[in-house]
Design a protein. Structure first.
Length: 218
């Protein structure tokens, strides 16, 4: 299967390691979300952004350079370590007013898939409570990008977890499928979004975050 973009064809990469692996990029250990080639030259990570993206949406990271180098083995190893440890600078979280404004506007513009609505009803919530609490399904990549661009025309998205900038344009992290659960403070303001995951094989919930992305926030 060709996982690489036009810059990295399948023929250029060695086979991927099988079974559970610890990703050298995000540090998580699992079977499916991240992959590392047998020769240790490349990794494909689900969680950490890279300018090189595979066709399945994950991000390609170069761990070592295959080309001959005039530098010593020690220097090459140090370069590989720097690549693995590189992270984008992150912004400090925005204040409560900005977080609530952005999140509440985003949720009000999204829809709740019938399957997600049924799940909430089975948990004892009424239709009125579901609407009032602004539960909404996670949008796909294209719809999320449209919403992020629209929000950026109204609000400053700097410091809002889940939002980041790619090629100068704001995006929302589409890391997983599920529905948003607003997390509110004692004043009822939305301070963050949890995601109830459709695929619960690696946990049921995840916080919406853009840690590790350009102009992102944890």
């Amino acid at each position: 299967m060709n996982l690489f973009t036009q810059h990295y064809s399948a023929s250029q990469a060695s086979p991927f390691k099988k079974g559970r692996v610890t990703c050298p990029i995000c540090g998580n250990t699992h079977r499916y979300h991240c992959s590392v080639t047998v020769d240790g030259m490349r990794a494909i990570c689900k969680n950490k952004w890279s300018e090189r993206q595979a066709k399945d949406g994950r991000y390609i990271h170069l761990l070592q350079d295959k080309s001959p180098s005039p530098f010593s083995t020690q220097q090459t190893a140090a370069t590989a370590t720097n690549i693995r440890e590189y992270r984008f600078a992150e912004h400090k979280r925005a204040d409560a007013e900005q977080l609530h404004a952005v999140y509440s506007t985003l949720l009000s513009r999204l829809e709740l898939a019938p399957t997600h609505g049924d799940d909430l009803l089975q948990r004892g919530l009424s239709d009125t409570a579901i609407a009032a609490n602004l539960y909404a399904s996670v949008p796909d990549k294209e719809a999320g990008a449209r919403q992020a661009r629209a929000l950026a025309r109204i609000y400053d998205l700097t410091g809002v977890p889940g939002f980041y900038r790619r090629n100068g344009r704001w995006q929302v992290n589409d890391c997983c499928k599920g529905y948003y659960i607003p997390y509110r403070n004692h004043l009822g303001r939305i301070m963050g979004l949890q995601i109830r995951l459709d695929d619960t094989s690696n946990g049921k919930y995840r916080w919406l975050s853009s840690k590790g992305f350009p102009d992102g926030t944890a």
